[in-house]
Design a protein around this ligand. Structure first.
Ligand SMILES: *Cc1c(COP(=O)(O)O)cnc(C)c1O
Length: 364
C-alpha cells in the first residue's frame, strides 16, 4: 500500500465514523446534535424577518445575551468566526493596523487569514502559556506611539477559555491586568468567548464580570451549548449598529433566524449548568489516560471540557482509536485533542479509556 492509499483508507474510516451515531465522538464539542427538547423549541419558534428587526425570537436572544455579557446591545450572527471578524473590522481603523492575539488563538490559526483580508490587519502573535499571557507581556508587545515605521497597535484579543491552550481558564486578575494595560495605551479589547460559559461554570465567575471588561465580546451556541448554528456579539449600541453594516456586507444577515435563536435560547435555559458534567467527564478522561503507558498528560491542566495529551504518533493513535469507535483529533505529530460535550456520558468516557488502553497495547 502506498502512503497515499493508507491516508485514503484512514480518511474513509474517519468519514464513516463521523456519521456513525454509535461512535464516541470526542473530536469536538461542535459534534452535538440538537436534543428533542431543543428541536421542539425550534419547531415552536415565533419568527419574523430579522433584517427588518421583526423576528421576535432573535430580538429576545440578542437582549438576553447583551444582559448576560453586561453590554448595551448585541447582534445574532451565523458563526463565532463572523463575530471575531466583524469585531476586528470594528476596532481596526486602517489597513496596516496591528491586532495582538495569543499565538495559538483561533483568530490567528483558524480563520483563514480573515483579519488580513477583511480588515487589512497585521496579526501579531503574543506568546502565552497554554493560551494565557500576562499584562506585562502585552505591555512589551504594544508599539510605542508616534513611530511612523511600525504598524499601529489597535486591538488586543483574549480567548476565554483558551481552546488550543487545553481549555484553560484565564484567571480574572490576569484578564483585568491585560485589559488595564490595553486601556492605558488606548488600545481596544475584544473577548473571543466561544467557551466563556465553560469558564464561568468552571470557576464560578459571572460571565458578565469577564465580558464587561471588553469593548466587544461574544459567545458561541454551536459548541458546548449544543445548538446547531449561531453566535451573538455584544458591545455598545453604537458598535453593534456598525456591526450590522458588516453583517449585511459579508452575507451574515438572515431572515427567519428565530428558528436558530430559539435553539440558542433553549441552550441558555437548559445547557449551561450541565457544562459541569462535561468538565467532570474531561477530568475523568484525563485521569484515565494518565494511567496508560505511552500517554503523556497532566490531568491538573484540565479545567474545562478540552483534554490535550501526547503520544508517539498522534495520527496513528487517532486512526487506531477510530477503529474502536472512538473519535479524537490529532493536532500535530504527537498532540491529540479530545473534547467532552452534551452527547458524551460517563460510560462513553470509560469506553474511550478502554479503547486508548487497547490501542496503546497494540502499538507496544
Ligand atoms: C470555534 C471557535 C471559534 C469560531 O466559532 P465558529 O462558530 O466555529 O465559527 C472562535 N474561537 C474559538 C476559541 C473557537 O473555539
Amino acid at each position: 500500500m502506498t502512503v497515499r492509499s493508507v491516508i485514503r483508507v484512514v480518511e474513509d474510516l474517519r468519514a464513516d465514523r463521523r456519521t456513525d451515531p454509535d461512535a464516541v465522538n470526542l473530536s469536538s464539542d461542535t459534534q452535538t446534535r440538537p436534543t428533542g427538547g431543543m428541536r421542539q423549541a425550534i419547531a415552536q419558534a415565533v419568527v419574523g424577518d430579522e433584517q427588518t428587526r421583526s423576528d421576535p425570537t432573535t430580538l429576545a436572544l440578542e437582549e438576553r445575551v447583551a444582559d448576560l455579557l453586561g453590554h448595551e446591545a448585541a447582534v445574532f450572527l451565523p458563526s463565532g468566526t463572523m463575530c471575531n471578524e466583524i469585531a476586528v473590522r470594528l476596532h481596526v481603523g486602517h489597513a496596516g493596523d496591528e491586532v495582538l492575539a495569543e499565538a495559538s488563538s483561533h483568530l490567528i490559526n483558524a480563520e483563514a487569514g480573515g483579519p488580513a483580508v477583511l480588515s487589512g490587519a497585521v496579526l501579531t502573535p503574543v506568546q502565552g502559556e497554554r493560551g494565557v499571557f500576562t499584562g506585562d507581556r502585552l505591555a512589551s508587545m504594544i508599539r510605542p506611539p508616534g513611530n511612523r515605521y511600525a504598524p499601529v497597535t489597535r486591538l488586543v484579543c483574549v480567548e476565554q477559555t483558551a481552546n488550543a491552550g487545553g481549555g484553560r481558564v484565564w484567571p480574572l486578575d490576569v484578564m483585568r491586568q491585560v485589559v488595564e494595560v490595553a486601556r492605558e495605551r488606548g488600545i481596544a479589547t475584544h473577548l473571543d468567548g466561544a467557551r466563556l460559559l465553560n469558564a464561568s461554570v468552571a470557576d464560578g465567575v459571572d460571565p458578565r464580570t469577564y465580558a464587561s471588561l471588553f469593548d466587544t465580546a461574544w459567545i458561541d451556541f454551536s459548541k458546548g451549548l449544543g445548538a446547531p448554528v449561531g453566535a451573538v456579539l455584544a458591545g455598545s449600541a453604537s458598535l453593534i449598529e456598525q456591526a450590522w453594516r458588516y453583517k449585511q456586507m459579508w452575507g451574515g444577515a438572515l431572515r427567519q433566524s428565530g428558528m436558530l435563536a430559539a435553539a440558542a435560547l433553549y441552550a441558555l435555559d437548559h445547557h449551561v449548568e450541565r457544562l459541569a458534567v462535561d468538565h467532570a467527564n474531561a477530568r475523568a478522561l484525563a485521569e484515565g489516560l494518565a494511567g496508560i503507558d505511552g500517554i503523556d498528560i497532566d490531568p491538573s491542566h484540565v479545567q474545562t471540557n478540552i483534554v490535550y495529551f501526547e503520544v508517539d504518533d498522534a495520527p496513528g493513535f487517532e486512526a487506531g482509536l477510530a477503529a474502536h469507535g472512538v473519535l479524537v483529533g490529532a493536532k500535530g505529530p504527537r498532540r491529540v485533542r479530545a473534547v467532552t460535550h452534551l452527547d458524551i456520558t460517563a460510560d462513553d468516557i470509560a469506553t474511550a479509556i478502554a479503547a486508548a488502553e487497547a490501542v496503546m497495547g497494540e502499538r507496544r
